[in-house]
Design a protein around this ligand. Structure first.
Ligand SMILES: *[C@@H]1O[C@H](CO)[C@@H](O)[C@H](O)[C@H]1NC(C)=O
Ligand SMILES: *[C@@H]1O[C@H](CO)[C@@H](O)[C@H](O)[C@H]1NC(C)=O
Ligand SMILES: *[C@@H]1O[C@H](CO)[C@@H](O)[C@H](O)[C@H]1NC(C)=O
Length: 443
């Protein structure tokens, strides 16, 4: 019972917290002249404000350097001429990632961890003249990436581990066109060994594909296999949804992008949700775990998901929720539970108890599948019958506290009664509050 009180207190404190923050900080920040709102919208704006927007020589700059960013945000101003993103954590330049910044003249992406540039990553940047990609982890790219950039005059790509093989052929040829004299200077091959250290500008391009066609010795270098979420799944712009459906994943992929707003993990083979896997994805509003093989969810599995509104757990193999699993979900609005083999016994009470105390959460699919006698019952109805039996038990158990018969538990019991949630609790806990119940019923 103590535990429940503590949990409730934490809940109350927890839900008070996000409200307090905007109020206290909005006045001193106000860089964009906007007062931060409540909840997730507030977080969005705070992160925008973390970037500095300024004018210089009549042009608009957005300085988002050194901010641990992994993606570009949709709420950044669209009319900027210069976007500074150096020293962040961007891994992949996705198709259409910068599309909204149609006025952009320079884009600084140096010193990130970019390893992949999709062909349409720079689409829409018809005014771009300067692109800085040095000090990243790019191994290959095709000429296609430069096609949307008719005005490009400066391209910096040195200090990347260029793999001088056939896929790089078209880019190398483009860089070597005489009129592109400021594109790609100083960039050198990191592999294969025979070309290591050679400048891309000076390579004999005919060599690239020939080199590749030679029978390959097994490469001792790092394999390119990557296991992080951004590589496995598809990050969709502009809404920052991470699409990981049908990927045969048996666990949540590591290194989730911090800024994702929705994540669709449906139709995989995850059995077990481990603690704290979403801890850093604090912006997540939608999490779809439908049609996996979920049997077990650890207590802290949803830790950090403060703003999650929509949780779909349908079509899994869940029997019950472990005590405490839902306590991190302060702003949940929709919980989809259909098509799980819910077992109507003692363990299911936590879930019903939690739902009862979070009336703003709409849920579906809470139907008993076992034991046979309750199959097809709504779980709430099952819990009612369970509690309905309790008064019958009172006379027989009345003399006994059921906890070693110590009268010392009385204070505890009375303290807990203050909350008045006895009616849903499983029997063994309820017995401790016998006195409290008597008093309430009489009055
Ligand atoms: C989750 O994914 C399933 C299957 O793709 C889909 O039918 C369902 O509508 C999704 N749930 C939510 C809440 O979006
Ligand atoms: C439920 O999940 C299984 C795989 O776990 C899948 O084959 C089936 O199509 C899903 N059913 C629905 C209604 O989504
Ligand atoms: C409870 O106490 C009454 C009398 O005080 C006694 O008759 C009854 O047997 C006791 N019941 C139990 C379960 O000890």
């Amino acid at each position: 019972m103590h535990l429940l009180t503590v949990v409730l207190l934490l809940l109350l404190l927890g839900s008070a917290e996000p409200r307090r923050v905007p109020g206290s900080k909005a006045t001193e920040r106000g860089a964009g002249g906007r007062v931060r709102g409540r909840g997730r919208a507030g977080v969005m704006r705070r992160q925008t404000q973390e970037c500095k927007e300024y004018m210089e020589a009549g042009e608009k700059y957005l300085d988002c350097q050194d901010r641990q960013l992994t993606v570009v945000r949709q709420d950044w101003p669209k009319d900027i001429q210069h976007l500074l993103l150096a020293r962040n954590k961007i891994q992949i330049l996705r198709d259409n990632m910068f599309e909204q910044f149609t006025q952009l003249k320079s884009l600084d992406l140096q010193q990130n961890v970019i390893s992949v540039i999709e062909d349409d990553a720079f689409s829409g940047l018809s005014q771009l003249t300067t692109l800085l990609l040095q000090h990243n982890r790019i191994r290959s790219a095709s000429e296609e990436v430069l096609l949307p950039l008719p005005r490009l005059t400066y391209l910096r790509i040195f200090d990347n581990p260029w793999s001088c093989r056939c896929p790089l052929d078209s880019l190398v040829r483009t860089l070597q066109v005489p009129s592109n004299r400021n594109l790609g200077n100083y960039a050198r091959c990191a592999e294969p060994r025979s070309l290591k250290g050679q400048k891309l500008k000076k390579l004999n391009a005919d060599f690239l594909c020939a080199e590749d066609n030679r029978p390959e010795k097994p490469q001792p270098g790092r394999p390119i296999v990557r296991t992080d979420a951004v590589s496995i799944c598809h990050l969709k712009y502009p809404r920052l949804l991470l699409d990981c459906t049908h990927k045969d994943l048996d666990q949540i992929p590591p290194e989730l992008p911090l800024e994702i707003v929705g994540m669709d993990m449906s139709n995989n083979i995850i059995k077990h949700l481990r603690p704290k896997q979403f801890l850093l994805s604090k912006e997540l509003k939608l999490l779809n775990l439908s049609s996996n093989n979920l049997q077990h969810i650890d207590t802290a599995a949803f830790a950090g998901l403060l703003y999650l509104r929509d949780l779909d757990l349908s079509n899994n193999s869940l029997h019950y929720f472990q005590y405490g699993v839902l306590e991190d979900l302060y702003f949940l609005r929709r919980l989809t539970l259909d098509n799980n083999p819910w077992v109507c016994d003692y363990n299911i009470h936590y879930l019903v108890y939690w739902l009862k105390h979070h009336p703003s959460v709409s849920y579906t699919g809470l139907v008993c599948s076992e034991p046979l006698e309750f199959r097809g019952w709504r779980v709430e109805d099952y819990v009612k019958t369970y509690n309905g039996e309790c008064p019958v038990d009172i006379p027989t158990e009345g003399n006994d506290t059921g906890q070693g018969g110590q009268g010392g538990s009385e204070n505890e019991a009375i303290g807990d009664m203050g909350e008045g949630q006895g009616q849903l609790l499983p029997q063994p806990i309820k017995e401790k509050k016998e006195n409290g119940f008597e008093i309430i019923r009489l009055s």
